[in-house]
Design a protein around this ligand. Structure first.
Ligand code: ATP
Ligand code: MG
Length: 610
């Protein structure tokens, strides 16, 4: 391809509002253009790279036995209502506007396709003999993201590979899950991504683990806990640490030695830092008391013949305790609570504690609430400070177990906090955990029967009895992968493409494009590369050398062959890799064969690097 005949709108200036390196470089290198908030055009160079990522993913899915199909982006609202996700997804689900009787109001743009694929399974998969099966597609997804961010890392329209597997039992699901996990490792490695598979919250399947594939970058929106020796990696949502009991002697003994609780006047000091300043204590000596409400749904009694069982909802008051320097992990808390939870409104907090917000403490609370959930680390505190349940007062000298119960019918002790930097790996290796920022590029997930139950999608087993499909789902953000590749492969000058996803493999550059010999040789080198099946971009523009070199760095083609009067005087052409500073002068033929060898070796290295 000749640059002059192509379309690469590069830009010198850093676009305003862009901070993530991939965002800046994708705009500057002319890969994408923003059309609206969270909506991007892929320009020719970006599109070439994106199609390579897509093709790598496709090959790995096919190799794992998954079968490609293509579902529509327009999907019927009815299906989303069957599973309750029309409501649960809220504003993320983009609905077509129309009057109630207009066909438009019955359609939504697919943000993901569990419902659609389950409808297909329900229609066509009737026997256990057809299982297991894994169906996938690579398709645009639409989500009403509140905050599109960092270029194509988070957009409202993006390309996703989504796969769904159907199984008869958990063992088969485990096998299918493993196949996808391995396929993801291969796909990301082939893209040159330094990925990390981390344990993720498993949501629907309860105790089971799901995995997210993460790329460490400050532009990410996820937090992962990574042990220093890499024996543990988990999303902060799920990460746990070794529990260090740290106490000597019995609880009774500690209580004997401890002083009584004393009340201190702390006017207007409702925040941890203010209280600590006031009391001259540290956050780690404080107990944070957080009041939540939960809603317990219970099926009511059926009131006579023909009456439908009415569900009744009861509001629960749940109090969570964590150390002052720790944060509650609401995903863990919700699991322990067993019901959906949210922070209580100020008036309820006042009603429960008898004090303004900021002065709650666990003393005497248990009788007034439904559940007291205590973080493990609180149980080993002594001489703690906390709110006095009296406006403008705190208490010192609080002993867990003496001043509030650590056991009993309403009390649960559990891990309900986020891990913090320096906590120890739960593997017991003693390695400290570090928190890092990351971007999620893929997710493998065991769904179980969530969708098949809701949509009554059944197959007939060997015994002739109907059973719901056991499902898995597996997503990769294809556009996000491309941005993540750039996040991990760039320098101040621009992108440094891994060979497998580079829009072109070799850049041939003439720097004295009016010199006949230069042009003749440049064209010859370019033609030889193309004839060898190498994707060569020939920068034939009549521009200054400095300008062309800047563009070459920015656009980041992995191999560069520069032909100019200077190189000819030195005996040939200049060969350079984008990733290395060294330049070598070679004969044109040598440069061509070196380039071909390098391209092939790099592709081979990437495909064997799982
Ligand atoms: P996130 O937590 O980043 O919003 P998600 O959990 O909503 O991701 P999934 O529903 O599992 O993501 O989607 C599968 C994959 O699609 C993700 O792993 C991610 O790579 C990609 N993805 C999700 N949302 C977006 C988005 N708004 N823009 C670009 N890619 C996205
Ligand atoms: Mg999301």
């Amino acid at each position: 391809m000749r640059w002059r005949n192509y379309f690469i709108p590069t830009a010198k200036e850093t676009p305003k509002d862009a901070t993530a390196p991939s965002h800046i470089l994708m705009l500057r290198a002319g890969l994408v253009r923003q059309l609206a908030a969270g909506v991007y055009t892929f320009l020719p160079l970006g599109w070439r790279a994106l199609r390579k990522v897509e093709q790598i993913i496709r090959e790995e899915m096919d190799r794992a036995g998954a079968i490609e199909l293509k579902m529509p982006c327009l999907t019927p609202l009815e299906l989303w209502e069957e599973t309750g996700r029309a409501a649960a997804m809220g504003d993320v689900l983009l609905r077509l506007a129309g009057a109630p009787d207009d066909w438009r109001s019955g359609l939504v743009l697919g943000p993901t396709h569990e419902e659609i694929i389950t409808e297909i399974a329900r229609a066509y998969l009737s026997s256990y003999k057809q299982l297991p099966i894994n169906l996938y597609q690579i398709q645009a997804k639409f989500r009403g993201e509140a905050r599109p961010k960092s270029g194509v890392l988070r957009t409202r329209e993006f390309l996703m590979k989504d796969a769904y597997s159907f199984h008869v039992d958990k063992a088969s699901l485990d096998d299918g899950y493993r196949l996808m996990y391995d396929a993801y490792c291969r796909a990301f490695a082939r893209c040159g991504l330094p990925y990390l598979a981390v344990e993720a919250d498993s949501g629907a399947m309860g105790g089971d683990v799901s995995h997210e594939f993460m790329v460490l970058t400050d532009a990410g929106e996820d937090r992962v806990a990574l042990s220093e020796n890499r024996d543990y990696a988990a999303n902060l949502e799920r990460a746990t640490a070794v529990f260090q009991s740290g106490h000597e002697g019995t609880e009774a003994r500690r209580h004997e030695e401890a002083a009584a609780v004393r009340e201190v006047h702390t006017p207007n000091a409702g925040k941890i830092d203010d209280v600590c300043a006031f009391l001259g204590t540290q956050p780690r000596q404080m107990i944070k008391t957080l009041v939540y409400t939960g809603v317990e749904e219970s099926a009511g009694q059926s009131a006579g013949a023909g009456a439908r069982a009415a569900a009744t909802a009861r509001r629960l008051v749940i109090v969570a305790l964590v150390r002052g320097d720790h944060e509650v992990n609401e995903i863990k808390l919700r699991k322990v609570a067993g019901v959906p939870i949210e922070l209580a409104a100020p008036d309820l907090i006042e009603q429960v504690t008898g004090a303004k917000v900021g002065f709650a403490g666990p003393q005497g609370l248990v009788d007034r609430i439904d559940k007291l959930i205590i973080d493990r680390d609180v149980t080993v505190m002594s001489d703690a400070a906390t709110g006095a349940n009296k406006t403008d007062y705190h208490v010192l000298g609080v002993q867990p177990g003496r001043d509030f119960p650590l056991s009993g019918p309403k009390v649960v002790v559990a891990d309900i906090r986020n891990v913090v930097d320096g906590d120890l790996s739960p593997t017991g290796s003693g390695a400290p955990l570090r928190l890092r920022t990351a971007i999620e590029v893929g997710h493998v997930f065991k769904l179980g029967t969530k969708y098949s139950d809701a949509m009554r999608a059944h197959y007939l087993g060997p015994d002739g009895k109907p059973a719901p499909f056991i499902m898995g789902c597996y997503g990769i953000g294809v556009t996000r992968v491309l941005a993540a590749v750039i996040e991990s492969h760039h320098d101040d000058g621009g992108i440094i493409w891994p060979m497998s996803v580079a829009p072109f493999q070799v850049l041939v550059m003439s720097i004295d494009p009016r010199d006949e010999e230069v042009v003749r040789l440049a064209e010859q080198v370019h033609a030889q590369l193309e004839a060898a099946g190498i994707e060569s971009l020939y920068d034939d523009r009549d521009e200054r050398a400095g300008f062309k070199f800047k563009d070459a760095d920015l656009v980041g083609i992995p191999v560069r062959i520069v032909i100019g009067k200077k190189s000819l005087a030195a005996g040939g052409v200049e060969f350079q890799l984008r990733s290395r500073p060294e330049k070598t002068v070679l004969s044109p033929d040598q440069a061509v064969s070196r380039a071909i060898d390098h391209v092939r070796a790099e592709l081979a290295r990437l495909s064997s690097a799982t």
